[in-house]
Design a protein around this ligand. Structure first.
Ligand SMILES: [Zn+2]
Length: 285
């Protein structure tokens, strides 16, 4: 029922042209964006008021043209490694060329934190794109992170907390290092990557609530984004995700993310295997 309410609210939001009161009135407190006390705009305002000189990157961010976005491509990656047999693995050279293209073509990478503005009907940088990497493979640190850092692109890694520190996955130290420079955001992808549609209540609660708490303890910041393992979900799953206090959740449903889908049922663009650059370009708006 709540899923239906979100969908209706999303439609209502579009019909009312972003009247935030209409959107807010149908929601419980847990899915509302928190009052933002920090972030680029606020920090800049504060600095300007105080007469503090901002670093160049910060100042540059302020000159970015903004517009209200209706559709946002949320790119879905997994492992960034040379493994042609596995469709979940994208070659590092391919990943680098895709990221370079995003930069050259004027796309602006944003985070789920930035999506709070989208939810509130506020403008985002033009040509927004969300780069997401599922499962927390160690190659996200060794192969993807250096590229993202070089190009100054934001990305979100969805971690399975029970996989942390295991051989092929990120260590807690890597996660903390990546979080420290502000480019990489982390979301929950549960504790064990279980199919959430098959679990008893206590396991469901643990996978959705506990993973959030574990990540918040590790990172020392709120974790607001969730990713359903293998895109498996039902109404009960989504209700738990809402109750746990996530602001956004992504699925494997294909297409661009739109508010009409509901903020806990956002669609994504799957980037698989050795996707050639020309095909990658065609997948973007
Ligand atoms: Zn996954």
């Amino acid at each position: 029922m709540r899923v239906l309410t979100w969908i209706l609210c999303g439609v209502l939001l579009l019909v009312t042209g972003g009247a935030s009161n209409a959107y807010v009135s149908g929601h419980s407190q847990s899915v509302l964006p928190p009052a933002r006390s920090e972030g680029p705009l606020h920090a800049t305002d504060a600095a300007l008021t105080a007469g503090i000189a901002l670093p160049a990157a910060h100042a540059k961010q302020e000159t970015v043209e903004k517009a209200v976005a209706t559709k946002i491509p949320v790119l879905m990656y997994h492992s960034i490694s040379d493994n042609p047999q596995n469709r979940l693995c994208l070659a590092p050279t391919r990943f680098a060329e895709q990221m370079e293209y995003l930069k050259q073509a004027g796309y602006h990478s944003i985070s789920f934190k930035d999506l709070e503005d989208w939810k509130a009907g506020k403008p985002l940088p033009v040509k927004p794109v969300l780069i997401t990497l599922d499962d927390g493979y160690r190659d996200n640190y060794t192969n993807a992170y250096p590229v993202l850092k070089r190009l100054h692109l934001k990305a979100t890694v969805f971690l399975v907390t029970g996989f942390l520190n295991q051989k092929q996955f990120l260590t807690e130290e890597m996660v903390k290092e990546m979080a420290a420079d502000g480019l990489i955001e982390f979301g929950s992808h549960t504790r064990s990557h279980a199919d959430l549609t098959t679990l008893p209540e206590d396991r469901l609660r643990s996978e959705i609530f506990q993973s959030k708490a574990e990540l918040e303890t590790l990172l020392g910041t709120p974790v607001t984004a969730f990713c359903y393992p293998a895109g498996r979900l039902n109404e009960k799953t989504v209700n738990y995700v809402e109750k746990a206090g996530y602001h956004f959740a992504v699925t494997t449903r294909p297409g661009y993310a739109e508010l009409s889908q509901g903020v806990l049922l956002l669609h994504r663009v799957r980037i698989n295997g050795d996707l050639p650059l020309d095909q990658f370009k065609q997948m973007l708006p």
